[in-house]
Write a protein that binds this ligand. Structure first.
Ligand code: 8DG
Ligand code: MN
Ligand code: MN
Length: 414
């Protein structure tokens, strides 16, 4: 039986990176509701929504790090970063078992439609909202409107809507990693291909596959990405790719760079042959229901839901792929894959950065800045007092430089 001593013993640390945050915790009934509100806030008119979304995220993070189920509102008040709005939501759930606000959002068509549209690869909140305000409600509304000039990624996103909104399983991620690794080894023996992102943090499903490629000998990673892509293309394994060059400039360690980094990388869509995928696939209903709202979707407790029920129905059964042959049933499944190349000297920082979570990174960078006078990016750590870069050869080194206890990837799920 867990004893609620922690609030008496010592207060929860302020920075998420100072805490242990696992995928499974004791307060999903609150955090799923807060995650939905975060997502909803991100859909609203730009301006204030970022800070509102962040406030919900931070409140949820505090609850995730709690060692026992929250049972009273007074205890919530003592936790860091639980704002007034989040407190009200928590109180509603404590008292009524659900949040009226969350229920209302789910009942309206704005949230549902925004989820549907932002589920299209290449479509962000701004475009989705514009379409919503135009009166569009279904994917076919988008497909059939000839006045819209869709970008290349958005067209692919519509064509592959169903594929890209079915969670990627760990088994599929492993297959894709093997596939990439075997090409990489042919080109540059000894190179490393590591599965990062949510899977490295212990998730069993994800929205994409994040692969970090490097080589123990600095410089041997140069040119590797385009060569790998050429091989994959040659084998007809890519449905989409967009490559960005390395834009890393060591003199620009600036405060703004909390999320973006400058590695050579490729955002792609792989064609994963259906015959490679085992039959034990996906589509398992989640055990999570945000505050009494019945939902279907991924088992990822980080995300409110991905609206597969809605999307599949509204997608109008896209079984075929329209490049060339309109009628043929395609034999592959589209999977989002991010490929990132890091030179050996930046590898440890890249690994921390691409393991995430995004929010964990954010807190690490704020902590480095405000508590240690250091600038942390996915490339380097810079001591602004001593005016020197701090080299790291492992993730442990990174935490050590920051004078933080090491956190395993599974403990970075905030
Ligand atoms: P999911 O795919 O399972 O939904 O979750 P995830 O794996 O945690 O999210 P992600 O969007 O794939 O991002 C993986 C990590 O990569 C995330 O912690 C942040 C990190 N990352 C960087 N730079 C960049 C960047 O420029 N874009 C994106 N999208 N992610 C980045 O370090
Ligand atoms: Mn990912
Ligand atoms: Mn990614």
């Amino acid at each position: 039986v867990p004893v609620a001593t922690e609030s008496i013993a010592e207060p929860m640390p302020k920075y998420e990176c100072q805490r242990i945050t696992r995928l499974k915790h004791h307060n999903h009934r609150f955090t799923t509701a807060l995650a939905l509100l975060e997502e909803h806030a991100g859909y609203l008119q730009s301006g204030k929504q970022d800070s509102r979304a962040l406030a919900f995220r931070k409140a949820a993070c505090s609850l995730k790090a709690l060692h026992h189920p929250l049972t009273n509102i007074e205890e919530a008040r003592k936790l860091p970063h639980i704002g007034r709005h989040s407190l009200e939501v928590i109180q509603d759930i404590l008292e009524d078992g659900f949040s009226r606000e969350v229920q209302d959002i789910c009942d309206g068509d704005f949230y549902e439609t925004m989820q549907l549209f932002t589920g299209i690869f290449g479509v962000g909140a701004t475009t989705a909202r514009k379409w919503y305000e135009t009166g569009f409600r279904t994917l076919d509304d988008i497909r059939n409107d000839s006045t819209l000039s869709l970008k290349r990624d958005q067209k692919i996103g519509l064509d592959l809507y169903q594929d890209l909104n079915t969670p990627v399983s760990l088994a599929e991620a492993d297959i894709i990693q093997d596939l990439v690794n075997s090409e990489v080894q042919k080109l540059q023996p000894g190179a490393t291909v590591v599965l990062t992102g949510g899977f490295r943090r212990g998730k069993t499903e994800g929205h994409d596959v994040d692969l970090l490629i490097s080589h123990p000998t600095e410089g041997k990673e140069t040119g590797l990405l385009s060569a790998v892509l050429a091989r994959l293309r040659g084998k007809d394994l890519l449905a989409y790719e967009t490559m960005s060059a390395n834009t890393y400039d060591p003199s620009s360690v600036s405060k703004k760079e909390y999320t973006l980094d400058h590695f050579e990388r490729c955002f792609s869509i792989f064609k994963l042959d259906k015959s490679l995928i085992s039959s034990t696939q996906n589509a398992k209903p989640t055990s999570e229901s945000p505050a009494g709202v019945v939902q279907q979707g991924t088992s990822n407790p980080d995300r409110p839901h991905q609206g597969e029920e809605v999307s599949l129905e509204r997608a109008g059964g896209t079984a075929s792929f329209s490049e060339g042959d309109k009628t043929a049933e395609k034999t592959w499944v589209g999977r989002r894959v991010d490929l990132i190349i890091a030179p050996a000297s930046q590898y440890a920082y890249a690994l921390v950065g691409w393991t995430g979570s995004k929010h964990f990174n954010r807190s690490l960078r704020l902590y480095a800045d405000h508590e240690r006078n250091m600038k942390l990016t996915s490339h380097v750590l810079y001591d602004t007092v001593k005016h020197q870069y701090l080299p790291a050869s492992s993730e442990e080194d990174v935490f050590h430089h920051l004078q933080l206890p090491y956190r395993e990837p599974a403990e970075r799920n905030c």
